[in-house]
Write a protein that binds this ligand. Structure first.
Ligand code: BGC
Length: 708
């Protein structure tokens, strides 16, 4: 028992049942429905009253992982828009995640919030998933360590962070009722492992359960996932809050849910009076409301929300922008660079910039995570209409124009812009230019998957026309995640800039002109075609009407079989199928060269890997050393078991040691985690496909479990 446990137990013991259930029921703190939002409560995602008699603070909740969200402009202020989760994941840097987390935690605090609905770490099982842009990647170690670091950063500001969405919410179609089907062993080694590592690393005060079903049972009422694994096996001490509109019944309390969020969005208030009534007649509920409220209190005390109440203050816009720019710069992935067309020569006289609203700003992803800076979006295009949520689903551009940043960086050049609507017009302009920078965009939003991986509205044809007219074409992609590139062979360079946030334009120009040496590595596999995916046809695409908030018809369900790939998500699926992707997980180019060598792995109780990285080029740069398990006594496999992002000066050599989590060497079976005795082979990788050096180690077998 630690101090937070003791304080929570003491406070809970003197509470009345009415006080206990007060902490267990939240409203959506927006003018929606006939719910009154108390004076002084900031507009945001949620509000839970406190208990003044016991100095228990009210909880004021806001989204999300990318910054304090915009709410369609409802609150009337801006915040720092960090780059997308995919961009953050591409940094492979827990340190930077922590820094970004501390920044947005501080801003939430200064806007009156003490809970940030952050920590989105669902594994990207499908690149078409509408929220892929919010998530960090497809690997459990990578997502777990980076997501955990972000949570720790947020909570360092005295603001509770969630980790979400527990569990299996990789696509959006039918999101309130789709049913993810998967063997528990596979789940333990993939999505669950990501959460397990993130929770250990970041100690989030709360876990947000998902909308969907897991193996036939609603995630927020899933006894196996919540009571069995999260609170049982992992001994999680914080509270489980529902996603907004995901509670179906009061008895979800018995299945492990601790708090109903945004209750106007549910069919009824299940956790208010009904929970109180249930506790008065049924001992199981009485025990539960004691435990549920103790969990909420425990996180309040552990994170220090009571000692450090949020205080409204102006945010430091410049400091926030600097962090956003650093993440954008370190997260951009250089995918192709023929004849070293990049970095751009300062001598270019005529530069053509095409498309992507590059004259106005940079694209962002939509939904509850949408953030905007002061002054709102530079461009806002209405898209899907979904009742009161329409405002959350516009295609918004942050006020950071790549065109302006390119002009500022190339004052000697004549920089011309074409919007790219007419390929013919763009191609004529391309012929007359020394060099073309063409922007390709793919908008993604919560609530809606993309149907395929093309760049919509004819952009692929436009890029092809431009590249044909001028092969000195650089493509800058602002996408949620992987896209197809039918024009790949015809262009000079390709830069994945993702959704690059508040200073995205400056970050893009910095990389193009070489002020910044690109160092991002892909946290997801780019497939060569949709046919390579585990589910080439997107489940539900033909049968379910997409909706941000729709609950579906009573009893409606949409089964999604994740046993196809099981634990082999992303690059592991590609390795298993021996399929060659367009770009592999872990891939990324640099303006300098790296040599990777000297892989050594030690076994024993604390396995570890060591390797040597050397910058053999002429510029400062950062490499990401990646170690993959490639064979176990059970056969061939591919698992990232260790990584480290390392800054290196020209000529500098460093030897790096990284521990290997034994769970990554094990399989989950009936008895728990098992490392089979025998030889394990590892490889050092420039990516999951480019494996440079192998070494083997013999491990003694062992089996372990969570039981004491
Ligand atoms: C999303 C959550 C978000 C919540 C509150 C839901 O639609 O799935 O990620 O935190 O809304 O805004």
């Amino acid at each position: 028992m630690d101090d937070a446990d003791r304080r929570a137990a003491a406070a809970e013991a003197v509470m009345t049942n009415a006080e206990r259930v007060t902490l267990l029921n939240g409203i959506l703190a927006m003018p929606l429905g006939d719910v009154k939002i108390p004076k002084g409560v900031p507009f945001g995602a949620g509000y839970i009253p406190g208990i003044p008699r016991l100095d228990v603070p009210a909880l004021t909740e806001t989204d999300a992982s990318l910054g304090v969200s915009y709410l369609g402009g409802l609150r009337g202020d801006g915040a720092t828009a960090l780059p997308s989760g995919m961009a953050m994941g591409s940094t492979w840097s827990p340190d930077l995640m922590r820094k970004g987390g501390a920044l947005i935690g501080g801003e939430a605090h200064a806007k009156g919030f003490n809970v940030l609905l952050a920590g989105g770490i669902n594994l990207v099982r499908d690149p078409r998933g509408g929220r892929a842009f919010e998530y960090l990647g497809e690997d459990p170690l990578h997502s777990g360590l980076l997501g955990g670091a972000a949570v720790a950063g947020i909570q360092s500001q005295g603001v509770i962070s969630t980790i979400k969405h527990f569990l299996l919410n990789p696509t959006e179609i039918g999101r309130q009722f789709h049913n993810g089907i998967i063997d528990e062993g596979a789940l333990r080694m993939s999505d669950l492992l990501a959460f397990e590592i993130a929770i250990e690393t970041g100690q989030p005060g709360s876990v947000m359960c998902a909308y969907n079903k897991v193996n036939g049972v609603q995630a927020c009422g899933n006894d196996r996932m919540l009571n069995g694994i999260l609170k049982g096996d992992w001994r999680y001490k914080g509270w489980v809050m529902s996603d907004w509109g995901s509670v179906r019944a009061t008895d979800f309390a018995l299945e492990g849910l601790d708090q109903q969020s945004g209750s106007q969005l549910d069919a009824a208030v299940f956790f208010g009076q009904p929970l109180l009534d249930a506790a008065n007649r049924d001992k199981r509920y009485q025990r539960r409301i004691a435990d549920m409220s103790r969990r909420v209190l425990r996180s309040i005390y552990a994170v220090g929300v009571d000692r450090n109440p949020p205080r409204k203050a102006p945010i430091d816009v410049a400091a926030g922008a600097a962090v956003a720019q650093e993440i954008a710069e370190k997260g951009m992935v250089l995918l192709q660079n023929r004849d070293n067309i990049l970095p751009l020569a300062a001598s270019a006289k005529r530069i053509l910039v095409v498309g992507g609203y590059a004259d106005a700003g940079v694209l962002s992803g939509a939904g509850s995570s949408q953030v905007q800076g002061q002054g709102g979006p530079a461009v806002s295009l209405p898209t899907m209409k979904d009742g009161p949520f329409t405002a959350l689903m516009a295609q918004n551009y942050h006020r950071s124009s790549p065109l302006d940043a390119i002009r500022a960086r190339a004052p000697q050049a004549d920089v011309v812009f074409r919007d790219g609507r007419y390929p013919t017009e763009a191609a004529i302009a391309a012929k007359n230019a020394d060099l073309v920078i063409v922007f390709g965009t793919q908008w993604m939003t919560e609530g809606l998957d993309v149907p395929d991986l093309s760049l919509p509205q004819g952009q692929d044809a436009m890029i092809a026309a431009v590249a044909k007219a001028n092969p000195k074409t650089v493509v800058v992609l602002e996408t949620g995640g992987p896209v197809a590139m039918p024009w790949q062979d015809d262009v000079g360079a390709i830069l994945a800039a993702w959704y690059p946030g508040a200073r995205g334009g400056e970050a893009i120009a910095g990389v193009l002109f070489g002020d910044v040496n690109p160092s991002g590595r892909l946290p997801v596999t780019f497939p060569a075609s949709i046919a390579q995916l585990a589910r080439p046809a997107l489940p539900g695409a033909e049968t379910v009407e997409p909706s941000f908030a729709g609950h579906g018809k009573p009893g409606q369900t949409l089964d999604i079989d994740y046993n196809v790939e099981g634990a082999d998500v992303g690059y592991r699926w590609f390795a298993r199928q021996q399929a060659k992707p367009l770009y592999p997980f872990g891939f990324g180019l640099s303006y300098t060269r790296f040599e990777r060598s000297g892989l050594a792995v030690t076994g024993g109780a604390s396995p570890a890997a060591a390797f040597t990285l050397r910058n053999s080029g002429a510029r400062d740069g950062a490499d990401v050393g990646q170690v993959y398990l490639v064979e176990t006594p059970r056969g061939k496999t591919r698992r990232l078991v260790a990584f480290a992002r390392v800054d290196l000066k020209p000529g500098e050599t460093r030897r790096i040691d990284v521990p290997i989590d034994p769970r990554l060497l094990a399989d989950w079976g009936r008895k728990g985690w098992t490392i089979a005795p025998g030889t394990y082979r590892f490889a050092l990788g420039a990516s999951a496909e480019d494996l440079i050096e192998e070494t083997g180690v013999t491990l003694a077998g062992r089996t372990w479990n969570y039981r004491k």
